[in-house]
Design a protein around this ligand. Sequence first.
Ligand code: DAT
Ligand code: MG
Length: 149
Amino acid sequence: MERSFIMIKPDGVQRNLVGEVIRRFETKGFTLVGLKLVSVSRDLAEKHYGVHKERPFFGGLVDFICSGPVVAMVWQGDGVVASARKLIGATNPLNAEPGTIRGDFGVSVGRNIIHGSDAIETAQTEIKLWFSDSELVSWEPCNKAWLYE
Ligand code: DAT
Ligand code: MG
């Protein structure tokens, strides 16, 4: 089944939004298959944001991601990659719709609380970068019959 890499950034952890973010993914109906608190190394942050390495904000972004613990997660479910992006909202929280995580909790692009993979292929690469196979748990939620027909 489809999986996405979701990370609560240092601002989300410091602002006590870990439970709120997890609640939104749980109540939506997605399944948590990986979860850990990580003190991110520069090497990992630079790899994760490698696609942005020529952008002027890259250095600040890497500094920020390494500035405090993050919560790295893998969520599973039909269509989870695109749906997670909708739950998260637009990159700039000022443009993100109310009801989305960034729309409800943020005011600036450099402190936008959460990361979510932007495509299925990206998700696969990011999950491999952040998690070993043994850290991912395949399990059958008991409410599955009530979420899928
Ligand atoms: P997203 O996180 O929505 O996938 P992205 O991949 O374009 O957005 O950018 C990655 C992160 O980089 C983003 O979450 C916040 C930061 N960022 C993007 N554009 C920025 C900008 N113009 N100034 C400062 N930080 C920026
Ligand atoms: Mg992105």
